[in-house]
Design a protein around this ligand. Structure first.
Ligand code: NAD
Length: 492
């Protein structure tokens, strides 16, 4: 169902399949241009109220989100089941994702009571100068399938508290989690008399997202997803005088293991970085870069632990992770393996696909190869369960290999050497860096944003608040005559 201008509109244009069972679990609409126009018009109408400080203060908007937190908590388990059913994510991970969404909404609710401007001294004693925040405008929120609950809260929560109405297009792979989130919002919106059009939901494929981005009536484009789509959105936004694209995109992430590392910790960090969510996180590690002196032992123990992992029914407690999201992802996995096999030594591979099993299940693969800057393995984001172990001679080479990518999202270093930790902190080219941890594991009150191909330098989650308001300067003269800064003459 779409939710446009405060009304639900039911249509069943496209089937959604359960990725682990292979059966259809529901239908959703493909939005028509008239629906999107209506959603955009209603959001712009709502901006006049919701973004008007005479009608809605930051505190009042944040109180709506505070109530939303309570409603989400009530439906916590149902949301987790929905995530697992439509994305194939293991139920334990889905539960953690809902908690992450709750944390984000709690943070947003608290932001209503933060300062909303600065008092700044003027050069002229008679003048008072200050800044204040006003909403930048209507936002589109276009999200990927792999965090269908948490990522919408990262983007929609800050937008709404900042006074910006939203048109939300969830991924076509996870339409129902997004829809349920909007449904929960409507319950609290009704109680608080939130203007119609503050949050709209339009389902659809890429063309729906692109229509929203191109439309004159949308100002901020909040996108999370692949580099190809994000880069297209950035190009469209760049042709408009009043559009801003804030994009979080793919990654080519590494775990670096040094010779002084606690090998048990290194192996566990690497296994979690590679196989959690069946390697379908933007921060999943494609490369495990290991100092040569410990590489044979690390590899032996890594394979030992990895071979214990089971991919299967996301509701089975004995399973580590679920299926890939769709048939296209299965094809991508087979393609990844064939490309990497041509340039690297295969250390472990089952038959790529289990036979006689419904759903998009695959078996993982592990390779080993020397660094070669033009290789597929070191360039392309895998996003399927494949890892490449890269032996290197020392820390300097490890850092060089980890940095030698056009992406810049996440990196982890496993070492006990505090000087190398600091070098890694200074010279690692990524927006998220971890020491003695996996490359995954974000917390919402830290900035979440990639460098280079991975982002636009305006991180999501808590940091998004920095980009959703115009910070305006406001100066008043209390003197009887005009006095100008820099000694500018006023004689006419
Ligand atoms: P995707 O880019 O294929 O789709 C993301 C969203 O964009 C979907 O809602 C899709 O319908 C929409 N879309 C597609 N074409 C569009 C267009 N031309 N204009 C506007 N919208 C369009 O990504 P996905 O497969 O859903 O997710 C996987 C990708 O997302 C991976 O590359 C992963 O690394 C990345 N990701 C990044 C982050 C991050 O925070 N950096 C988080 C999660 C996922």
């Amino acid at each position: 169902m779409n939710y446009v201008a405060g009304e639900w509109e039911m249509r069943s244009d496209l089937n959604k399949t359960d990725p682990s069972k292979g059966w259809i679990i529901g239908q959703f609409p493909l939005s028509a241009t008239e629906e999107m126009d209506k959603a955009i018009d209603s959001a712009n109408e709502a901006l006049k109220e919701w973004g008007n400080p005479n009608r809605w203060s930051w505190v009042k908007r944040a109180e709506v989100i505070d109530d939303l937190v309570q409603v989400v908590k009530h439906w916590q388990e149902q949301i987790a089941h929905l995530i697992s059913t439509e994305s194939g994510k293991h139920i334990t991970e889905a539960r953690a994702e809902v908690i992450e969404g709750i944390h984000m909404l709690q943070y947003c609710a608290s932001r209503g009571r933060y300062p909303i401007g600065h008092k700044i001294s003027s050069e002229i004693p008679d003048k008072d100068a200050e800044t204040y925040l006003s909403p930048r405008g209507v936002c589109t929120v276009i999200t990927p399938w792999n965090f269908p609950f948490a990522i919408p809260t990262w983007l929609i929560g800050p937008a709404l508290v900042s006074g910006c109405p939203v048109i939300f297009k969830p991924s076509e792979e996870t339409p129902f989690t997004g829809q349920f989130f909007v449904e929960l919002f409507t319950r609290v919106a009704y109680k608080h008399k939130v203007p119609m059009g503050v949050l709209n939901l339009v389902h659809g494929l890429g063309n729906v997202g692109e229509y929203l981005v191109r439309h004159e009536g949308t100002t901020i484009q909040l996108f999370t997803g692949s580099y190809n789509v994000g880069s297209r959105i950035k190009q469209i936004a760049a042709t408009h005088h009043d559009k801003l694209a804030i994009c979080e995109m793919g990654g080519k992430n590494s775990v670096i293991v040094l010779e002084d590392a606690d090998i048990e910790l290194a192996v566990r960090a690497a296994v979690l970085s590679v196989f959690k969510t069946t390697h379908q996180r933007c921060v999943s590690a494609d490369l495990i870069i290991v100092e040569e002196s410990v590489e044979p032992e690390f590899t032996r123990r890594f394979l030992e632990m990895a071979k214990k992992i089971r991919f299967g029914d996301p509701f089975d407690q004995n399973v580590f992770a679920g299926p890939l999201i769709n048939e296209k992802a299965v094809d991508k996995h087979l393609y990844n393996i064939s490309k990497i096999a041509a340039e690297a030594e295969m250390l472990w591979q089952w038959p790529a696909r289990p036979l006689c099993q419904k759903g998009n299940f695959v078996f993982p693969s592990v390779f080993r190869m020397k660094y070669g800057s033009d290789s597929f393995a070191l360039r392309e984001e895998f996003f399927t369960p494949v890892a490449v172990i890269v032996p290197v001679k020392d820390f300097e080479e490890a850092l060089h290999v980890a940095n030698d990518t056009e992406y810049g999202l996440s990196m982890a270093l496993i070492t006990e050497d505090y000087r190398k930790m600091r070098e890694f902190k200074i010279r690692g080219k990524a927006g998220l860096k971890y020491v003695n941890l996996p490359s995954i594991g974000a917390e919402v009150h830290l900035p979440f944003g990639g460098m280079r191909r991975s982002g636009t330098g305006m991180p999501s989650a808590a940091w998004l608040f920095n980009y959703l308001s115009h910070e305006t300067s406001f100066t008043v003269n209390y003197g009887a005559e005009i006095k100008m800064a820099q000694g500018l003459a006023v004689k006419v």
